[in-house]
Design a protein around this ligand. Structure first.
Ligand SMILES: CC(C)(COP(=O)(O)OP(=O)(O)OC[C@H]1O[C@@H](n2cnc3c(N)ncnc32)[C@H](O)[C@@H]1OP(=O)(O)O)[C@@H](O)C(=O)NCCC(=O)NCCS
Length: 391
């Protein structure tokens, strides 16, 4: 068989599978969830409707949505033992490490863990989508010396998370902004974490093994971890007047402006344009408009400085404005990436199910890329073994 040698590609431009779940048109700046533009969904739909669309391949009618919300909310409570385990983590543990460990552990309490039918995988996916917010909120309360707040089944998915985090039911508008943010983060085709989930699922590992791998992948600062780094950057800049000097310093040092650039988009990320006005509005309401204002000037100056240096354009990505939105909502900075994960788990679950249960013609085999062996210290191929006393 002729080998398709693409070395050092990072898989850019390599198509590894087909999917019906979503499409990113990087040139046009379009993100499509199962046929629907994300902007249209964000304008009217809820996170729960969107999760239904991703998992069940259609938008629910009223009865389906009511049933689905009920089904999700019954899975919000996680095992008491898992909460006790969270109490054993060091309080300064990194939030994404705790979430990854807890995600894997949730499988130990799932009655469907050994199931291999599509329905078992759907059940596991729903327990993760419903349970992850409970874990994130409970962990935050435990580490800050407070008791976890049990979920409220009468609240919507996003509002319930804010309630479990803060112990107060959020205002209607705040809950809606948060819901939209979750919806915008729910899915994004074959990004690094989704590919991690699918790659693990392709070995026929179960849902929890696949999703905990995805959580690990999301934690990195070039992927989901960027939203934390964006906020740290805004806090360091601290005022609009300091933006220009910051941009020059960072680029002079060959470092990156977090929240700018994307592996696929060649225009602004469409999600950034929906998040920006919400960040502005939340900033005004909470009396801290500066984070949005710094972001806005940073976008302008960062793009211009990048163009001047590299003669190329760079664009804002999803993490650029989600940071100032979450900060204005009072979400602790290190929880920004766990919040991303508890939104994206819907997309991951849909991909794991597609990976396992797509029709035979479409279903990819176990992923197993090649690498090019470039030799070692004793030559291009094999070394002679030297007994340890003679080395
Ligand atoms: C997301 C990201 C990894 C995509 O990168 P990419 O398109 O594969 O491009 P590369 O990493 O190959 O970078 C291409 C060039 O642009 C530069 N570049 C890319 N993003 C940059 C940024 N945010 N700030 C400054 N320079 C940047 C790189 O330094 C590189 O320059 P070089 O060719 O002189 O070495 C990259 O843009 C990045 O690191 N962004 C910041 C982190 C971030 O916001 N991540 C969230 C993504 S949703």
């Amino acid at each position: 068989m002729e080998k398709n040698l693409i070395v050092d590609s990072g898989l850019r431009g390599v198509t590894v599978a087909s999917t019906r779940i979503s499409h990113v048109d990087g040139d046009a700046g379009k993100l499509i969830y199962r046929g629907f533009l994300v902007g249209d969904l964000a304008g009217s739909a809820t996170y729960e409707e969107t999760v239904h669309l991703l998992l069940f391949e259609h938008l629910p009618d009223k009865i389906e949505l009511a049933d689905f919300k009920k089904r999700l909310s019954t899975h919000r409570r996680v095992s008491d033992e898992l909460i006790k385990i969270l109490e054993l983590f060091p309080t300064d543990a990194q939030a994404m490490d705790v979430l990854q460990a807890a995600t894997a552990l949730m499988g130990a309490y799932d009655p469907d863990i050994r199931g291999v039918a599509k329905e078992d995988f759907l059940n596991m996916g729903l327990r993760l989508i419903a349970g992850m917010p409970t874990v994130v909120a409970a962990w935050h309360r435990i580490r800050s010396g407070r008791k976890p707040v049990p979920p409220d089944p009468d609240l919507d998915h996003g509002a319930n998370f804010l309630y479990m985090l803060n112990g107060e039911i959020p205002a209607v508008d705040e809950a809606r902004f948060f819901d939209v943010a979750l919806l915008l983060h729910a899915e994004h085709s074959f990004n690094a974490s989704t590919f991690s989930a699918r790659q693990v699922a392709s070995t026929r590992a179960h849902m929890y093994a696949s999703i905990s791998a995805a959580v690990g992948s999301l934690s990195g600062e070039l992927h989901g971890g960027a939203n934390v780094r964006v906020m740290e950057m805004l806090l360091e800049i601290a005022s609009v007047d300091a933006v220009e000097a910051y941009v020059e310093k960072v680029l002079d040092q060959g470092k990156r402006i977090m929240g700018l650039g994307h592996a696929v988009y060649r225009v602004d990320d469409p999600r950034a344009h929906i998040l920006a006005p919400m960040a502005l509005e939340m900033g005004k309401r909470t009396g801290q408009p500066q984070w949005y204002e710094i972001s806005k000037v940073l976008e302008e100056k960062g793009k211009a400085a990048f163009k001047a240096r590299k003669n190329a354009d760079i664009y804002v990505n999803v993490d650029f404005y989600s940071a100032s939105l979450y900060y204005a909502m009072g979400i602790p900075v290190d929880l920004f990436t766990p919040v991303f994960a508890m939104a994206r788990v819907a997309g991951w679950a849909a991909h794991v199910i597609e990976e396992r249960f797509a029709g035979a013609a479409e279903k990819p085999m176990l992923y197993r890329p090649e690498s090019q062996y470039v030799g070692n210290y004793c030559g291009p191929e094999e070394c002679s073994y030297i007994p340890i006393d003679e080395r």
